[in-house]
Design a protein around this ligand. Structure first.
Ligand code: NAP
Length: 277
């Protein structure tokens, strides 16, 4: 990149107008006084490969990828990190000058970094993790929990065969339970994680019986709109340690920003405020 070129990054999705990633990366660029810009890019599925193959010619050094392109981006990429391969999706791309595309997935990293920052005593090996959901986000959560040493994952999903497929793929540490029975396993869990879209603005409420929540259990929700979901409210009232989903979004942006713009950004109160503004 010549001295006169501004390094660009962006987030590619459809729809994309509501993404908070531009606020996040623009905040970091301003905070560290770095040359660069970050834009939302609305891309249709049939155009994804053409767009990705052209971006380096326009000065893009990388991009985040979101719904519905995370799996397709992985297949288009020329090199894929081990964690993206395991998760089966990409959320962070690097465009090399020679046109090669490198794909990574930082969702699991963001999930763990958020817990470490906001539940400092959290120990993956302290006891079973109860995971609600078996979609794309659940894959990232499961891969990272296993990597961190969680010995048992109790997995439940409305559509049971999807959780069984994850157990078949990721191994015997995963113990599948029926969605309607999941509430009965809450008191066994050291960590409770909602990876479904339940509780998100415009989606049905997360209505699992939560009476089994115990003081000290770490409860986290990947949903961050609203910030304080019904699950987190009930957990807080029960004396649990609660961690909202915004931190995961902020932390998953760190590795990409560092690769594209050369500075490792910090996630702190100012970052949260900038993204919520
Ligand atoms: P996804 O692949 O579409 O999976 C959706 C999950 O939600 C599935 O397990 C699905 O169950 C479940 N679900 C949807 N409606 C349901 C209902 N009415 N009752 C019970 N279960 C229901 O989506 P995803 O990519 O995993 O994302 C899931 C959530 O995580 C979204 O809210 C997303 O915004 C959030 N997320 C947050 C972050 C972050 O940084 N905080 C990162 C990634 C994702 P079925 O299999 O039965 O359909």
């Amino acid at each position: 990149m010549s001295e006169t070129q501004i390094p660009l990054a962006g987030v590619i999705g459809n729809p994309i107008a509501h993404s908070r990633s531009p606020k996040l990366h623009k905040h970091w660029l301003a905070t560290y006084g770095l040359k660069g810009d970050y834009v939302p890019l609305h891309v249709h599925e049939e155009d994804l490969e053409t767009v990705l193959r052209t971006m380096h010619k326009m000065g893009f050094v990388g991009a985040n990828v979101t719904i519905p392109h995370k799996v397709a981006a992985l297949h288009i990429a020329d090199q894929v990190s081990d964690r993206a391969t395991l998760i089966g999706a990409a959320n962070t791309l690097i465009f090399r000058k020679d046109g090669k595309i490198i794909a990574d997935n930082t969702d699991g990293y963001g999930f763990i970094a958020n817990l470490r920052q906001n539940a400092p005593g959290w120990d993956a090996a302290a006891g079973p993790a109860l995971v609600f959901g078996a979609g794309g986000a659940a894959r990232a959560v499961i891969v990272s929990l296993i990597e961190q040493g969680t010995t048992e994952i109790i997995l439940t999903n409305r559509t049971r065969p999807k959780s069984e497929a994850l157990r078949d793929e990721f191994g015997t540490r995963i113990h599948v339970v029926d969605w309607v029975q999941a509430g009965n396993h809450i008191d066994e869990a050291a960590t409770v994680i909602n990876t479904t879209s339940l509780g998100m603005v415009g989606q049905p409420e997360f209505r699992v019986p939560l009476d089994g929540l115990r003081p000290g259990t770490v409860v986290t929700d990947l949903v961050y709109a609203p910030l304080r979901t019904h699950l987190l409210q009930v957990a807080e009232d029960a004396g649990c340690v609660t961690v909202d989903g915004l931190g995961m979004l902020l932390h998953q942006g760190v590795p990409g920003f560092e690769r594209w713009f050369g500075t490792r950004p910090e996630v702190n109160e100012a970052t949260r405020a900038a993204v919520l503004a």
